[in-house]
Design a protein. Structure first.
Length: 100
């Protein structure tokens, strides 16, 4: 039983170290990518000024707010559809049971 716990502990430590290294590298690459200026083509496609100072970070800050609002409106529409469907089923059930 001791051998298993030793292997688990060493595997856990090795996995933690490996995960830290990979996560750190991934985070550094992502941070570097976010700090790059938008290319002129990307800025034009989004209707933004093409001075080299515009960063991807500003692009990412505006996107979640818009997508959250779109998601909220989409969910509200789906809930309204579900409520209508529930009302229809209730009405059909009450008609079948002879309650009008």
């Amino acid at each position: 039983m001791d051998n298993r716990s030793d292997r688990f502990a060493s595997g856990f430590v090795a996995g933690t170290i490996f995960g830290s290294i990979v996560g750190g590298l991934f985070g550094a690459l992502l941070a570097n990518k976010l700090n790059e200026p938008l290319s002129e083509e990307e800025a034009k496609s989004e209707g933004k000024p093409t001075d080299g100072r515009l960063k991807r970070r500003s692009q990412l800050k505006s996107t979640p707010e818009l997508s959250m609002e779109d998601a909220r409106q989409g969910l509200e529409a789906k809930i309204a559809q579900l409520n209508d469907a529930i009302d229809d089923v209730r009405q059909q059930i009450s008609n079948v049971n002879g309650r009008d």
